[in-house]
Design a protein around this ligand. Structure first.
Ligand SMILES: [Mg+2]
Length: 389
């Protein structure tokens, strides 16, 4: 079997879902998806030249060929790795179909039959204890046993630099490390306290900081959150400095989680070997794909660091992620970030709901085990984007 084509389609969800199909001369077609980003789709089309005529079974060799072939064009991180990841996902789907077995059977087999999903609640409808408690109850009623809120940028009191050019524009000063105001910390305690009271002790609760705090302020937040017994506190400091992150983790009374803005096992190596996190959380269709994620999980496992997975994808990459999460020994949960997209589930045909009662059941069909509903995908195609043409 030889690869005969590589084509893309971009579906406009709450993110751009960049779908990839890899075609073969025997008629089998593999389906994958890349993490969003400027340039990703055109890089996938560029990768086609490295793939045509190759045997799609040799997934790891083809991954290395793409990485080496793009080494002068950013294959240590960013859009290039996201593009390679989407192709890698499609190659696994193809190989599973060719061999008549689910992808998880090709990645070491299963540790579990259903994958636990955690629901991202964003910033809630508004930053009030009642709104956060309502949102949390809504997610728990849907069957989720773990939820996450965005704890950063909840209060105007944060902005102690009133003449900064960013103030009053977006209010989003990501990564600026404005000092944490007491009023902001108090509001965090109020909001998270209301959520914990609403959901009780049995539901897991994570909080995301989106890289917005200085190390000392992150430690203050972690200490203030200790009574609420978090599943984790995510990305407290910017992604560039592992030593600063380790300073937070070493002093935090709650588990610290990070990894979604890092690429490949090389990009995550120092975070893991320095034990700068308690839970590592790469994004699978961004970090390098299924096998790269498995390698990262295995490296983390040597340090007894469990693996969670960031995810903002359509059902296609979400299901692909499930196949590798099934084979990871110390797995925590996979993210669901599209609760507000009411056609998310409809993008996949496979007979049943993708997410049911807070879990995704692994299909026993060959490859990915689900297919794209082309009608739904076309209805939400990004304006001007090709549909696998
Ligand atoms: Mg995050």
């Amino acid at each position: 079997m030889k690869i005969s084509g590589v084509r893309t389609a971009v579906v406009q969800g709450n993110y751009e879902w960049i779908l990839v199909r890899v075609y073969t001369d025997e008629g089998l077609v593999g389906l994958g998806e890349c993490y969003w980003g400027a340039g990703v789709e055109s890089i996938v089309r560029h990768l086609k030249g490295l793939l045509l005529g190759e045997d799609p079974h040799n997934v790891d060799w083809l991954y290395q060929k793409m990485v080496r072939g793009m080494s002068g064009a950013g294959s240590t991180g960013g859009a290039t790795v996201a593009a390679i990841s989407g192709v890698e996902l499609a190659l696994w789907d193809l190989k599973g179909q060719a061999l008549g077995t689910p992808i998880y059977n090709l990645l070491g087999g299963r540790h579990r039959q259903r994958i636990r999903i955690y629901a991202d609640c964003g910033h809630g409808a508004q930053p009030t204890p009642a709104a956060w408690a309502d949102k949390a109850r809504e997610m728990v009623a849907l069957g989720f046993t773990a939820i996450k809120f965005d704890i950063d940028n909840i209060a105007a009191a944060r902005f102690r630099d009133p003449y900064h050019v960013g103030v009053g524009r977006s209010g989003w000063l990501q990564g600026q490390q404005q000092p944490l105001a007491n009023a902001e910390l108090d509001l965090m305690v109020e909001l998270v306290g209301a959520v914990r009271e609403a959901i009780g002790p049995g539901i897991d609760l994570a909080l995301d900081c989106h890289w917005n705090y200085a190390a000392r302020d992150a430690i203050r937040i972690a200490e203030a959150m200790a009574p609420f017994r978090l599943l984790w506190l995510e990305d407290p400091t910017p992604p560039d400095n592992v030593e600063a992150l380790k300073r937070v983790t070493d002093r935090s009374p709650v588990p610290i989680c990070s990894g979604e803005n890092h690429y490949t096992r090389h990009g995550l190596r120092q975070m893991i070997t320095a034990q700068a996190v308690d839970i590592v959380q790469p994004d699978i269709p961004k970090v390098g794909g299924l096998l790269e994620a498995k390698k990262i999980a295995d490296l983390a496992d040597i340090y007894y660091i469990p693996f969670a997975a960031h995810n903002v994808s359509s059902p296609i990459a979400t299901m692909a992620a499930c196949h590798v999460c099934a084979g990871i020994r110390s797995f925590v949960a996979l993210e669901f970030h599209a609760h507000d997209v009411d056609w998310w589930q409809a993008l996949a045909v496979g007979g049943e709901s993708v997410i049911k009662d807070g879990y995704i059941a692994l299909p026993d069909r060959p490859g990915l085990g689900i297919q794209l509903d082309e009608e739904v995908a076309r209805a939400h195609l990004k304006p001007g984007a090709a549909f696998f043409a």
